[in-house]
Design a protein around this ligand. Structure first.
Ligand SMILES: [Fe+2]
Ligand SMILES: [Fe+2]
Length: 482
């Protein structure tokens, strides 16, 4: 393999995997390409396909200088297939075959499991583009609009990444799965996306920022676990996807932070000290902090469901097989087999929430979720620092992991954000205190008016500290005219 990992732009599909010499896969991908473009045009950002957007495109997988910025129309974005460089002597990081050379081809006995994991990951990528397709029209600035489109085109590229694996390694069923990935649709009655959170609506920009904070971060954790796969092409694909994913969480966490900052500033200007004086705060045209907390509760709980059941045989099998590792598996200091280890899992026993030691192998979903919750704290800290600096007496907190769950241990229980178990009747009357109500949604929707003058921001969100690619504040990130 050549030492340079620069991207070959000579084929229609940019890549760093020597696609021009792999005629079979090149042909398969070229056949899939028109369907992808149809999907992008039908289901991608609505109303902006012809506009020039200042986007980054990956040009190499070297950590410094892997992307270049320039104006591009989204349908002409150079989606491509990029894998992190092959690591010399890489081994299967976990499970029964830990320490043996990593697989360069799909091992027959794990084929079905690998295909399922790749399809599930692949399904989430186009789903979020579909969920966010209406948001351009109400963008609070050109800066935010550009960030939305950047996230969208990269999710499109992540779909390409998974489709490449399917086309190259899974023959005919791989091709069929690749078609299905373009057929399912977020929220569709008959053929919805595979996972719950990816069928929810993203009705407004605060939802978008919460989604990129919490749901893209679930994506990060899943990619981290797949980056620890013994199937080397999957690992390399995921490692490069993680480079792009970091920006998505940046967009989310700083987006919410800017909403919070603007709210605090407006409160101070108006002499309002009480963050719960919601009526007065909404008169200022900003989003009150208690409503931001409710949005946080909603998106965090929906994202937790993506980790699956706390105790799971599927997760144990994937780890044992060496196809999916733990978060940072290669940095954990143990035997990477977990045969006799235990892991504390939060469970609901006789109407009480208790930590119970479970076999570590079956508790891998719980463990990945715990790592995720720790990672979420970074965003929360950023937000609370902003509130404190602005001098408002309020704190955003993550709700209890049992709150508002549809999947796993707490699915049948009503648990408050503080972790208190409620009876059905009590839950129904308290629900609107924990989750955005219809009225909250209507209020936020009333703020969603486009603000597209270069350098201008909607009243409910503060400008960012620095521009993208160090551009000045009034940079025209999207050329709306012509
Ligand atoms: Fe992604
Ligand atoms: Fe993402």
């Amino acid at each position: 393999m050549a030492t340079s990992m620069n991207v070959d732009y000579s084929t229609t599909i940019p890549n760093n995997i020597g696609l021009s010499e792999d005629r079979r896969v090149l042909k398969a991908l070229e056949r899939w390409h028109p369907g992808y473009l149809n999907w992008w045009n039908d289901m991608g950002p609505e109303g902006f396909q012809e506009k020039l957007v200042y986007l980054r495109t990956a040009v190499s997988v070297d950590l410094d200088g892997w992307a270049k910025f320039g104006y591009v129309r989204m349908p002409e974005y150079r989606w491509g297939i990029l894998l992190a460089p092959q690591e010399e002597g890489r081994v299967i990081p976990c499970g029964e075959q830990a320490g043996e050379p990593a697989w360069q081809e799909v091992p027959g006995e794990h084929r079905a499991m690998l295909r399922r994991l790749i399809v599930i990951q692949g399904d989430t990528e186009p789903a979020s583009v579909e969920q966010q397709r209406h948001l351009g029209k109400t963008a609070p600035s050109l800066y935010d609009m550009r960030n939305l489109f950047q996230v969208n085109v990269e999710e499109g590229r992540h779909l390409w990444a998974m489709v490449y694996l399917l086309q190259k390694y899974f023959g005919r069923d791989g091709r069929e799965e690749a078609e299905e990935l373009l057929r399912r649709q977020s929220g569709h009655e008959d053929h919805p996306r595979m996972l719950g959170a990816f069928n929810e609506a993203t009705p407004d920009w605060l939802s978008f920022f919460m989604f990129t904070t919490f749901t893209d971060r679930d994506g990060k954790m899943q990619l981290e676990a797949l980056a620890q796969s013994g199937f080397d092409p999957l690992s390399r694909t995921c490692r490069f996807m993680l480079t792009e994913e970091a920006h998505h969480m940046f967009v989310g966490a700083t987006g919410v932070q800017r909403v919070i900052k603007r709210t605090c500033q407006a409160m101070k200007e108006a002499g309002i000290e009480d963050p719960y004086d919601i009526e007065a705060i909404r008169k200022l045209g900003v989003i009150d902090l208690p409503t931001i907390q409710k949005k946080c509760n909603l998106h965090f709980s929906l994202s937790l469901d993506l980790f699956g059941s706390e105790v799971s045989t599927n997760a144990a099998n994937a780890f044992n097989a060496g196809v999916k590792g733990r978060y940072k598996e290669n940095r954990i200091n143990d035997d990477h087999k977990l045969l006799s280890d235990t892991y504390p899992v939060m469970r609901l026993i006789d109407s009480e929430i208790k930590l119970v030691d479970e076999p570590a192998l079956s508790a891998l979903n719980a463990r990945l979720r715990d790592d995720y919750v720790k990672d979420c704290d970074k965003g929360i800290t950023l937000w609370n620092n902003t509130i404190r600096k602005e001098g408002i007496d309020f704190q955003i907190t993550l709700p209890h992991v049992g709150f508002h769950r549809q999947i796993g241990e707490f699915a049948a229980a009503n648990i408050t954000p503080c972790g208190k178990l409620l009876q059905n009747g009590a839950w129904d009357s308290a629900k609107d205190d924990f989750l955005p109500s219809k009225a909250d949604g209507d209020y936020i929707a009333s703020l969603m008016k486009p603000c597209w003058e270069p350098g201008k921001f909607a009243n409910w969100i503060a400008p960012p500290k620095v521009g993208i690619d160090n551009k000045p504040g009034d940079f025209e990130y999207v050329k709306i005219e012509g």
